[in-house]
Design a protein around this ligand. Structure first.
Ligand SMILES: Nc1ncnc2c1ncn2[C@@H]1O[C@H](COP(=O)(O)OP(=O)(O)OP(=O)(O)O)[C@@H](O)[C@H]1O
Length: 205
């Protein structure tokens, strides 16, 4: 379980998060909603361990979150917007590397399924620089799906997806919940937020 307690994040004199607390549970989705600049990405970055709160705590299974902790990395699949890909590693090679790094010695069939599901099969051999922004977004999502996960953290995953992609995303998130995965995501799409959320958390400065 993820436990966020009294999280405070300041940038200079600006207090962005002012004592945020919530928990997630297996099979449940918490959706962060709020205006541009409200602090949703900041909160997700603190949860993922790539940013550090000034006060408060983020714990997973009782352990303080550190992105270098193998137990945390094994449990948490994170799709933030600033994902970088190796420029000279193809779509399929990225996914293959990730799956193997997380202990799948024979990922080929699973990779085919994920590529197919995300409509990335036709560009499987392309380098990231030759993808459209929507295809890069899909590759970021695929990166979360080719590895084991107990918690899925996604920052505005609906961004740059076409209508079909959004429909797929909503269905996939419901399937993740049904498989027992806890989900924490930010979302500007009200329809998707209500379709997926067990709890909506209003983030406001
Ligand atoms: N590294 C930083 N240094 C200074 N200010 C920052 C930094 N990162 C974020 N901010 C500020 O914190 C506030 C919250 O930003 P954040 O990206 O968390 O908002 P958001 O809710 O995700 O917005 P959006 O819906 O537009 O993605 C903004 O005012 C932003 O300018």
């Amino acid at each position: 379980m993820l436990e966020v307690s009294n999280l405070v994040r300041r940038f200079g004199t600006n207090t962005i998060l002012d004592g945020v607390s919530f928990t997630t549970a297996p099979g449940k989705a918490t959706v962060l909603v709020g205006a541009n600049g409200a602090g949703k990405t900041t909160l997700l970055r603190c949860v993922a361990g790539v940013d550090h709160a000034d006060e408060g705590e983020v714990r997973w299974a009782g352990r303080e979150i550190r992105e270098s902790d193998p137990l945390i990395r094994a449990a948490m699949a994170v799709g933030l917007d600033d994902v970088d890909f190796f420029p000279d590693v193809s779509v399929i090679e990225h996914l293959d590397l990730l799956a193997r790094a997380h202990g799948d010695a024979e990922p080929e069939a699973m990779l085919d399924d994920v590529l197919d599901e995300l409509g990335l099969s036709p560009v499987a051999d392309r380098l990231p620089g030759a993808l459209s922004s929507g295809q890069r977004r899909r590759l970021g999502l695929a990166s979360c799906l080719v590895r084991p996960r107990e918690l899925l953290v996604l920052d505005e995953p609906e961004q740059r997806l076409d209508a079909e992609g959004k429909q797929w995303l909503a269905e996939r998130l419901l399937a993740e919940k049904a498989a027992g995965v806890a989900i924490l995501l930010s979302c500007h799409d009200a329809e998707m937020a209500s379709a997926v959320a067990d709890e909506q958390l209003q983030v406001a400065r």
